[in-house]
Design a protein around this ligand. Structure first.
Ligand code: 28F
Length: 640
């Protein structure tokens, strides 16, 4: 039974001066993150009221000035009765004194975090706001009190009869404390959406008056909905789930734990964890407990049903590959570590999560055998991939630097001094082009690897397909630096990797496929600036004794315009393909470091690249169509 608490229960009283003297101590800093902590603090109080079962709605407004916010809940309303000793209302006490924990509610464990960055209480927000107005509806009436920089500007004033109950807090951060007071609507929206996932059933609305957008979030299925969203997001970039039904857990054993997880074909692990609704991107003991619990449950299942493949040992890393999960724990007195307090430290959380997850997951695996076997197959695949790339890796390292003793692909025409400065590997499309390149190159520094036809589109292929593809396996061996988890830039056998394909759309397609493979499986090669695209000429333009080379139609027209006045009649030859070129011409125009033009491949915006590659190369044709239609105006040539 919940004892009703009122003003008399507020004990420890401290002034707010220290907060304005050293705000960083209370909100981590006065930059954008600190500014947004003011929102999170007030929001957490409303969420707390919802978590304790008294509020079902939370409404957040970013006002059109973009620098003030209102948060409202339909909970019980902060008590307004006068404190017997301090002669002021509970509301005023709560907003003007820095008292330890948050609200005390014996009904359910009080999950308010105490101390540190989180749960510093609404009083800190008050101290750091040039204006704050609190409105309370309870006992059939409404009350309001205004503050400035933590000090009351008015008494608690009755606003007359009111229907319903709840608390509303409007605040405008103090520009003398925060250099910049513009809020980020996207950040607020994202956090509110997560609140609606972590607290299933609570209706969270966001009225973004700055952008005139209104959002409503409500997820009865909580984490299951959250996981579905993450899976849908990842599905187009190789993250298709390997089983339909996710594993869901909700349990209270000293701490409350909620979990949703699913395995996909992706090669990365995606785990989002929260403590009392607060994100812990740096992980912590709760995540360690989850990994331990999952590892043990899977190992027990595999051993019980004798599913371990012969000759390959399965590691916890193999179990994490393709794993997508959301872990949300609620506990009293969480301890956060690190400057930005984004890691959970409580030691007992590890055992508590582990002992909740392991038996539940093991039970689920044994009662969903088809799903369980699909998950085990995914883990075995990860193990095979790891073994394969390790074998390729050892292949290279075992034979040391001496390229000739390596069992390099037969098609590779290696250079005399791989690994030396200036050593380059040209990946050339097609055997005929490969022939011209082998003849025209500088053998000391330039190696040629001809690739037959179109390489596999790894964006749409599962990991096993990628590994079976001979062309890509040859490429990995020739490069020598492994891929995926085993990528090791220091093993790269050349200083530069140059993609050389015909100057037509087929060539562009090959280049894109290769870039997709490199970006997905050895992004380190690209981010180290090792990958280039050669620019072979599409036209040769002879003007009298002069010869000019054009990359494409626009280049050709520019050259012709430039020499419009020359008396000589221009002779134009269009190259059908690299294989058509005399080796000497290929050397002069494309291979010779002194005369050629190379494009260095760079990842400017990883997120954007990830999305574009996913759209362009992934399974979802509508995304590709959208991409093309959006860029059609700027496309010079569309080979359809
Ligand atoms: C917009 C932000 O801050 N909501 C809140 C409550 C409700 C109670 C409470 C809050 C009593 C004396 C500790 C009401 N009735 N939204 C919010 N809703 N605080 S903050 O009480 C504070 C305690 O100090 C509340 C009965 N018990 C608790």
């Amino acid at each position: 039974m919940t004892a009703t608490y009122t003003a008399k229960d507020i004990t420890v009283l401290e002034g707010l001066e220290p907060v304005r003297q050293r705000p960083g101590m209370y909100i981590g800093g006065v930059g954008s993150a600190g500014l947004h902590h003011l929102v999170w603090e007030i929001l957490d109080n409303a969420v707390d009221e919802a978590m304790n079962g008294y509020a079902s709605e939370i409404d957040v407004t970013l006002h059109s000035d973009g620098t003030s916010v209102t948060v409202a809940d339909n909970g019980r309303g902060i008590p307004v009765d006068k404190h017997p000793k301090h002669k002021v209302s509970a509301l005023e006490l709560i907003l003007t004194t820095l008292h330890a924990g948050g609200k005390f509610d014996t009904g359910s464990a009080n999950y308010k975090t105490s101390g540190g960055l989180h749960g510093v209480g609404a009083s800190v927000v008050n101290a750091l706001s040039k204006e704050l107005v609190a409105t309370v509806k309870r006992d059939g009436h409404a009350w309001q009190q205004s503050f400035s920089r933590g000090k009351p500007k008015t008494k608690l004033e009755p606003l007359g009869p009111a229907r319903g109950t709840g608390t509303t807090v409007y605040f405008h951060p103090d520009p003398t404390i925060f250099p910049r007071t513009e809020f980020d609507p996207a950040l607020i929206r994202e956090r509110l959406e997560i609140v609606s996932y972590l607290h299933r059933g609570v209706r969270v609305t966001f009225d973004d008056q700055l952008n005139r957008l209104k959002h409503t979030f409500r997820h009865e299925q909580g984490l299951a909905d959250y996981l579905k969203k993450l899976i849908e997001q990842g599905a187009s970039t190789g993250g298709k789930p390997v089983h339909d039904t996710p594993f869901l857990l909700s349990k209270d054993n000293g701490l409350r734990i909620e979990l949703a997880l699913q395995w996909t074909e992706s090669t990365t692990e995606q785990l989002r964890s929260y403590v009392n609704g607060i994100p812990t991107p740096a992980g912590g003991t709760h995540e360690n407990g989850l990994r331990a619990g999952v590892g043990k449950a899977l190992r027990n299942y595999i051993d019980t049903h004798n599913l371990a493949p012969k000759g390959i040992n399965l590691t916890t890393d193999d179990m994490r590959e393709g794993f997508v999960g959301i872990l949300s724990v609620f506990m009293t007195d969480p301890q956060f570590q690190g400057q930005t307090k984004d890691r959970l430290n409580n030691p007992q959380a590890q055992a508590q999560v582990d002992s909740a997850v392991r038996p539940a997951l093991e039970h689920w695996l044994n009662h969903n055998r088809t799903t369980a076997d699909a998950i085990v197959a995914r883990i075995v695949l990860a193990a095979r991939a790891r073994e394969a790339s390790r074998a390729a890796h050892q292949q290279v390292t075992r034979r040391g630097a001496d390229a000739h003793r390596l069992n390099l692909p037969g098609k590779l025409a290696d250079c005399l001094h791989p690994r030396a400065d200036g050593s380059e590997l040209f990946i050339v499309e097609g055997d005929s082009a490969g022939g011209s390149a082998k003849q025209g190159r500088d053998r000391t520094h330039q190696a040629i690897l001809p690739l037959r036809g179109k390489v596999l589109n790894t964006e749409q292929a599962t990991l096993s397909k990628v590994l079976e593809n001979k062309e890509l396996a040859d490429l990995v061996t020739a490069l020598g630096c492994g891929f995926g988890k085993n990528f090791d830039l220091s093993r790269l056998r050349y200083q530069r990797v140059i993609l050389l394909a015909d100057a037509d759309s087929d060539g562009n397609h090959i280049t894109t496929l290769l870039l997709t493979f490199l970006y997905r499986h050895m992004p380190g090669l690209i981010s180290a600036g090792k990958v280039f695209i050669a620019q072979p000429p599409l036209y040769r333009i002879d003007l009298g004794k002069e010869t000019h080379w054009a990359q494409d139609d626009a280049d050709r027209d520019r050259i012709l315009t430039q020499h419009a006045r020359s008396r000589a009649q221009p002779e134009i030859v269009r190259f059908k393909g690299l294989g058509e070129m005399m080796p000497k011409v290929l050397w002069e125009t494309t291979l010779n470091p002194r005369t050629r033009r190379l494009l260095r491949v760079e990842i400017v915006d990883a997120l954007q690249t990830d999305r574009v590659i996913g759209d362009l190369m992934g399974k979802d044709p509508s995304a590709r169509l959208r991409f093309i239609m959006e860029r059609a105006p700027e496309a010079q040539e569309l080979d359809v």
